[in-house]
Write a protein of this length. Structure first.
Length: 87
C-alpha cells in the first residue's frame, strides 16, 4: 500500500518545483466526512514526503530539511493542499 501511495503522489508531483531550503510544511486535509481520526488522516504526509524524495523534489525528510509539520482539517471534496514556507 505504501509503495502504491508513494508512486501515485510522485506522479502528481511532476510539476512541483524542487525544495532547496529547509522548510515548514502545512497540510490542509479536506475529507468527505468526520468519520476518520485526524491522526489517521495526517499520517498520509509520510507518503507525500517519501514521494517528494523519490521524485528528487526534496533532498531528505529529516529534521535538517523539515523544520515543522502542521495539519488542519475540513470537510468537503477530498484533497490535500500543502503550503511550504522557507522563512
Amino acid at each position: 500500500m505504501k509503495r502504491d501511495a508513494t508512486e501515485l503522489v510522485a506522479w502528481q508531483l511532476k510539476n512541483v518545483i524542487n525544495i532547496t531550503l529547509p522548510a515548514h510544511y502545512h497540510f490542509h486535509w479536506t475529507v468527505k466526512n468526520k468519520k476518520k481520526d485526524p491522526d489517521n488522516i495526517g499520517y498520509a504526509c509520510k507518503f507525500i514526503f517519501d514521494a517528494l524524495q523519490e521524485s528528487g523534489r526534496l533532498e531528505n525528510d529529516s529534521m535538517a530539511w523539515v523544520k515543522s509539520i502542521h495539519h488542519t482539517y475540513s470537510v468537503g471534496e477530498p484533497m490535500v493542499k500543502i503550503t511550504v514556507d522557507t522563512d
